[in-house]
Design a protein around this ligand. Structure first.
Ligand code: 1GP
Length: 245
């Protein structure tokens, strides 16, 4: 399957048309290669508009081979959602170039990004710079463990809004509000609305969204693109809930 181009422009065009976007997140630590074909058949029949691949860890360094396997099985754009430099793969179409702006660990603000450049310059990936905000959700997330960076408190809405806005002012092309994979509760509507009101750039929301109602609520609050991973890992029947109309 040829590489998709203009991923970011396509996102902007969809938003301008009032379309809502959905990324299915595939975690290389949790997806067995033999299950990829059947998973992709279900994914292709769903409302998904994007495939994200990545996770806070990739213990067996499987990201590259996973993307190589799934990329020919879908016409949807495949983006890397990296937890680490080792997850960069030339087989994807693009990469969310994340900076963990909610934390104060320089490694995840700029260190890993500098490290990634020598690999990225050898590849033809569309790079989408993204301000990544981790919002606490009641339990410690893998992101917190790996990055050793504190999440933002959900009561502190002004700080969340200001952090998102600072990302935009720094030139990021998207903001991603993250509750963490498998979060007890998704990022709430009040936070999504407050951030959306201040942003001109696309707003991505993920973490803990497991029902159609939570998905609809995130969209209604202002999310342009919602990311769901765990709900599909736990039960692929969730694809039926979000199948194409
Ligand atoms: C995690 O935002 C993504 O980084 C998706 O979260 O696995 O909880 O859907 P879930």
């Amino acid at each position: 399957m040829a590489k998709k181009k203009n991923l970011y422009q396509d996102i902007l065009n969809s938003i301008a048309k009032g379309e809502k976007l959905l990324a299915v997140l595939i975690d290389p630590d949790k997806m067995e290669l033999e299950n990829v074909p059947s998973f992709m058949i279900k994914l292709n029949k769903s409302k998904a508009t994007h495939v994200f691949v990545g996770g806070s860890t990739d213990e067996n360094q499987k990201t590259d081979v996973l993307i190589k396997n799934l990329k020919p099985l879908t016409s949807l754009p495949v983006l890397i959602f990296p937890g680490d430099v080792s997850q960069v793969s030339s087989h994807a179409d693009g990469l969310l170039f994340l900076s963990l702006v909610s934390g104060r660990n320089p490694e995840y603000l700029i260190g890993k990004q500098v490290e990634a450049v020598s690999v990225l310059r050898t590849m033809q990936l569309e790079i989408i710079p993204t301000g990544y905000l981790l919002i606490e959700n009641g339990k410690e997330t893998a992101i917190e463990r790996v990055t050793q960076a504190q999440p933002l408190k959900r009561e502190n809405i002004q700080e969340i809004v200001d952090t998102a806005k600072a990302s935009e002012l720094l030139g990021m092309k998207c903001v991603y509000l993250e509750a963490g994979s498998g979060a007890m509760a998704p990022v709430n509507s009040e936070i999504i609305q407050a951030v959306k009101n201040e942003l001109q750039i696309p707003l991505i929301v993920g973490g803990g969204i497991r029902t159609q109602k939570q998905l609809d609520d995130a969209y209604a609050s202002g999310a342009d693109l919602v990311v769901i991973g765990t709900a599909f890992e736990l039960d692929e029947a969730f694809f039926k809930e979000i199948k194409k109309e």
